[in-house]
Structures are given as C-alpha cells and as structure tokens.
Write a protein of this length. Structure first.
Ligand code: FAD
Length: 323
C-alpha cells in the first residue's frame, strides 16, 4: 500500500524547485519507478512534486548543426522512434528501444530513466543495506548473481539504465536546474560510484531537477550502437550491455567510446578497450581483441562470474554490428 504524502503539480520550473526544496520532497515524472519504490517502502516521501505539467521539459529537437536537445520529460518511446535521432545518434535510439516494455517506454521519461533507483534485491527488499544507510552490503555474502563486476566497493549495485551508457558514449551534457540556479554536467560526471557516496547514484543535490540532455553533433564517419543481454527474451534489465560510438576515416577507427551497462554501479567506460579499437579496422579480429580488453580488471563476486563471458560476447557483437 502507498503511504500518505502530499502531491503537488507546479505550473513553473521555479515553483517546482521551490516545492522540491522542502525536506522529504521528490520529483515525479512518469512515476514508473517512483511509485514502485514508495509502494515497497524503499524510501519515504513527504511531498511528491509532479513535473508533468512543465511543457518546457518536453520534446526532442535536432539543430541545424546536428546537435540534439532532449527535454527531461520526453518519453523513452519518443526517443526510440525518432527518425532523426536514429540517423545521427543511433546508440541512444537503440538503447531506448531496448528499455523495459512498450507500456513503460510510453510512460517513462528520459530524466526518470537516468535518475531511477537501483534494482538490487537487497536495496529494494526489507534489508537495511549500505545504500539505505545501513552498515553492510548484503550482496557481498548473499545471492549476488545480478550484481557488479566492476566498481563495487562496499556496495555492488548495477546501474539499471540503458540510456545512461549511450549518453556517456555520446558525450552528452546533462542540464540541471536547482535552488542555486542552472548548471551543466557532462554525462560521464553525472553518475557516481559507491566509493564517492553509497546512498545516491548521481550528483543531483537537494531540490535539483534534470531539465534537458544535450547531445553534441557527431563528427562525419561516426557510427554507434547499443547491445544488451537480458535473462528473459522479452523486457528486462541488462545483465551486460555495451554502448559503442566510433568515428572512422579511411577505413580505420580514429576515435572511440565504449561504455558498459549492467556490470557496475554507474555506466562503466573502458579506456583499455577504446585504445584497442583506435587505429584498427572494424572486423572480426578487432572485435575479439576489443572484447577481451573490455573485461580486463573485472572482479566477479561468488555467483556472477558468468557476466565476464557474457560481457565479452556482448562487446564483440556490438563491434561486429558497427562493422
Ligand atoms: C518492470 C520494469 C522493467 C524495466 N526495465 C528497464 C530496462 O530494461 N531498462 C531501463 O533502462 N529501465 C528499465 N526500467 C526502468 C524504467 O525505464 C524507469 O522506471 C523509467 O525510465 C523511469 O522514468 P519515469 O519518468 O517513470 O521516472 P519516475 O518514476 O517518475 O522517477 C524515477 C526517479 O527519478 C527521479 N526523477 C525523475 N525525473 C527526474 C528529473 N527530471 N530530475 C530529477 N529527478 C528525476 C524521481 O524522483 C525518481 O526517484 C524498468 C522499470 C520497470 C518497472
């Protein structure tokens, strides 16, 4: 059952920020994650601030220079279906098309997808785990088959978003508004690891709202893709995934960004794999060596060693798709 809370629907961004500055307030966008968290008492709220009336946070537009602006309230379905985006920033359109189910893509927003809370069963269950302010991560000794193989320290959640790794690979900028004004944060600085703070997944401070996401124009010769493997053939979170964006000239890769999903508490960039790709032709041999480099340094827990091979295969498949 949902606990009682106040529900407000501000008419302006300024009003929304004022409402959010009160203790115990939370943003409500599509509600697909928030309502589950409240129902399951993962956290409590005093005030739910619906931003769904703020039309300035909606919509996706491609500028003349090829850059793209996506309002935080734009639905995942709109992003997946946008023909212009599929042509210019395919990794994001593909990632959006692989999020959840059609119903959830129609209701869920990009801002909510980036700010959704982790799916760890200890965090979501009745455990006073480190992320909820307790003093231990139950995944370390418990059932950890879906947990992190990179970047876990004291907490081994995996970041649940499919769009986040694509945004990091595309060098997106996240625009934020809050009580101290507006600021912009590169996507690769937006998400934080447990080593910085166990209790949150991003840099948002009290009262701050993601307002829009800006994708820079891609250089000529850039291709991108997002691949993910899930436990079920239909909708599900990634067990392992990879966003790859590469720019080629004269048949060789000049620049590459590879960002993993489903394997770390934040989208996980793999510089060794990027280095293994630069200067190479996109072919089966390159795909194998880049995939091997992408799993270097993985530290599986007792029950998730299978993710290493799964990830290797996913990266190889993504590079082959680009070729
Ligand atoms: C069954 C199921 C399967 C799913 N599968 C996948 C999957 O395969 N891949 C995947 O990526 N996701 C998956 N999801 C997650 C789903 O995509 C998210 O629930 C959705 O994107 C969240 O968007 P929303 O607008 O509904 O967010 P809400 O539920 O409204 O908000 C989610 C969180 O983000 C905060 N928030 C929302 N908007 C903003 C903003 N603009 N600024 C600051 N904070 C904000 C809220 O306060 C809340 O804490 C799944 C969810 C479910 C329930």
């Amino acid at each position: 059952m949902l606990p009682a809370f106040a529900y407000v629907r501000p008419r302006s961004l300024k009003d929304a920020i004022t409402q959010l500055a009160t203790p115990g307030a939370r943003v409500h966008a599509g509600g697909t994650d928030l309502m589950g968290c409240l129902r399951d008492q993962v956290f409590t709220v005093e005030r739910v601030v619906s931003i769904s009336g703020l039309d300035e946070l909606r919509g996706l537009s491609v500028a003349g220079d090829g850059s793209v602006r996506i309002g935080a309230l734009t639905t995942i379905a709109e992003i997946a279906a946008h023909a212009g985006l599929k042509a210019t920033h395919a990794a994001l359109a593909q990632a959006a098309s692989l999020v959840a189910s059609p119903q959830l893509r129609n209701q869920g927003t990009l801002g909510g997808n980036l700010c959704q809370r982790p799916r760890c069963w200890y965090f979501r269950g009745e455990y006073d785990c480190a992320r909820k302010g307790g003093d231990m991560c139950y995944a370390i000794l418990g059932d950890n088959r879906y947990h992190a193989i990179f970047g876990g320290s004291g907490c081994f959640i995996v970041h649940p978003s499919d769009t986040a790794p694509a945004l990091v690979a595309l060098e997106a900028v996240i625009r934020i508004a809050g009580p101290n004004g507006a600021r912009s944060v590169p996507a690769d600085k937006f998400f934080i690891l447990p080593s910085t703070d166990f209790t949150r997944e991003n840099v948002l401070g009290p009262g701050e709202i993601v307002t829009e996401i800006v994708l820079p124009a891609q250089p000529r010769g850039t291709r991108g893709t997002y691949h993910k493997v899930r436990a079920r053939g239909s909708w599900d979170f990634a067990l392992a995934g990879a966003a790859v964006v590469a720019t080629t000239a004269d048949g060789k890769v000049e620049r590459a960004r590879i960002v993993l999903s489903g394997v770390a508490p934040a989208p996980w960039r793999v510089p060794d794999a990027e280095k293994a790709l630069v200067g190479k032709r996109l072919n089966a041999r390159t795909a194998r060596s880049v995939a091997a480099a992408s799993v270097k340094g993985a530290q599986p827990l007792s029950e998730n060693g299978y993710k290493v091979e799964l990830l290797r295969g996913t990266v190889e498949e993504a590079i082959l798709a680009l070729a």
